[in-house]
Write a protein that binds this ligand. Structure first.
Ligand code: SAH
Ligand code: SF4
Length: 432
């Protein structure tokens, strides 16, 4: 979502006459798009800003002005901290208000002394004010839903991205058509809780994600559709059937479970049990045999015992995720879990994370190794480090490297997999 937001911010700035530079020392304007999900991400912003202040002072000594801005969830959650800790920041605006950047920058240029902070939850939808979304290459992001009403007890998102809202179906379809016309063959639909989507159609009727997926699948030239991130309890029968019926829907689903222990899931206020999660995974696999899952895990949630953690390992062994993201529980001020008793000691969190990540990696490696010898359609869209090397993604979201030359960039090409490691595959183009 943040990559997507940064892309949209880039479009606003382009319209204002800015061009990107790869050297910070040359930048007249630097914007940090920030994440508040864990303490580490949030703290990184403040240390990066410290380094930037030195550059700003050096530029100033040479008569050059530098505008520094912050966007994103850190702003929403820590506006007072920003004014106190980094007063040299010129403006700060939340994830729902960055469409106001043109006005904000105008205010900044009139007043170089005050930090302009805009953290109001806006009545308007930013999507109605942003410049047209543009293709990011072969694969593009398209936000269809924002915010979250789930209030998992550890999570800051409902407080920073606000309540759940869905974009109208027509807006999404016309945006998707533009992205395809500009060369995207894959679209990844984004939302914090994307499968709770309930956007209105032309007649004002609320429609679900399955309806939207079927409409998108009608677009000529759109070869791959993905959606991220889904909430397990909101996977309905309609959505399961889309995985059965739509070949464009890629056989990889990110479906965060967080924990394998019912006690912890309850304390997390997740609306699914371990059994329900496994049941949904089973139903999805029945609908599409080759469907693979990735997930998010939190270890060391308050009250997590060795036996709760064992339940998580057991669930991992049952599902055999092809990829996963796992984190130590991080206390976020203002969330219910931050003040729960029985906080888990840092060394235990570290140890559990280590064990979990080793297990997840072993499954990931076995899955990747099973790909060796297979021929897979790969969408290449990133230049690799070696000459002629491109990096792309298989249907199962594995990164694949191949030496095939830039002519294949942003195209789907059949590749024979010859090597596999935990994090990537390499292959040779079929028939080349
Ligand atoms: N909406 C998605 C995920 C959004 S946040 C969902 O419900 O699954 C992305 C991931 O960050 C979460 O899945 C969770 O695993 C992790 N996360 C969120 N808050 C966290 C916290 N306080 N400490 C550690 N990890 C956290
Ligand atoms: Fe956070 Fe996801 Fe839970 Fe919403 S569903 S509160 S975004 S973890």
């Amino acid at each position: 979502m943040n990559v997507y937001d940064s892309h949209r911010i880039g479009s606003i700035l382009k319209n204002l006459g800015y061009t990107p530079t790869s050297s910070i020392a040359q930048a007249d304007l630097v914007i940090f798009n920030t994440c508040h999900i864990r303490e580490k991400a949030a703290e990184k912003v403040f240390s990066d800003l410290g380094r930037l202040k030195i550059i700003k002072d050096e530029r100033s000594a040479n008569g050059l002005d530098t505008i520094i801005g912050l966007v994103g969830c850190v702003v929403q959650a820590e506006d007072e901290e920003i004014a106190r800790r980094v007063p040299f920041v010129d403006f700060a605006t939340g994830p729902l208000t960055y469409h106001r950047l043109p006005e904000i920058l105008q205010k900044v240029s009139k007043d170089r002394e005050t930090t302009i902070i805009d953290t109001e939850f806006p009545a308007e939808s930013k999507f109605d004010f942003l410049p047209q979304n543009t293709s990011m290459g072969g694969a593009s992001f398209l936000a269809i839903q924002e915010g979250c009403n789930n209030f998992c007890t550890y999570c800051i998102v409902p407080y920073t991205r606000g309540v759940e809202t869905s974009r109208p179906i027509n807006d999404i379809i016309s945006e998707a058509k533009i992205l395809v016309a500009e060369g995207s063959v894959e679209i990844n639909l984004l939302g914090q809780n994307v499968n709770s989507f309930h956007g209105i159609d032309q007649s004002g009727k609320e429609r679900n994600l399955a309806y939207l997926l079927r409409e998108l699948a009608e677009i000529d030239g759109l070869k791959r559709i993905r959606y991220t991130t889904s909430y397990p309890a909101d996977v309905d029968q309609d959505l399961i059937e889309c995985h059965r019926d739509l070949p464009q829907l890629m056989p990889y689903l990110h479906l965060p479970v967080q924990s394998g222990s019912d006690k912890i899931l309850k304390a997390m206020n997740r609306r699914h049990s371990r059994g329900q999660y496994l049941d949904i995974v089973g139903k999805l696999k029945d609908a599409r045999k080759d469907l693979q899952f990735s997930s998010d895990f939190i270890v060391g949630f308050p009250g997590e015992t060795d036996s709760d953690f064992e339940d998580t390992l057991d669930l991992v062994n049952k599902v055999k995720f092809c990829q996963a993201f796992s984190f130590k529980y991080s206390r976020r001020a203002g969330t219910p879990a931050a003040i729960m008793p029985n906080q888990v000691a840092e060394n235990i969190k570290k140890e559990r994370l280590n064990i979990l990540q080793n297990l997840l990696s072993s499954h990931q490696l076995s899955f990747n190794k099973e790909s060796i010898g297979k021929i897979m359609p790969v969408l290449f869209d990133i230049k690799g480090r070696h000459k002629g090397e491109l990096i792309g993604r298989t249907p199962y979201m594995q990164n694949l490297h191949a030496e095939i030359g830039k002519d294949f960039c942003n195209k789907i090409v059949n590749v024979k997999v010859i090597e596999a490691t935990v994090n990537s595959l390499s292959g040779i183009v079929e028939g080349k």
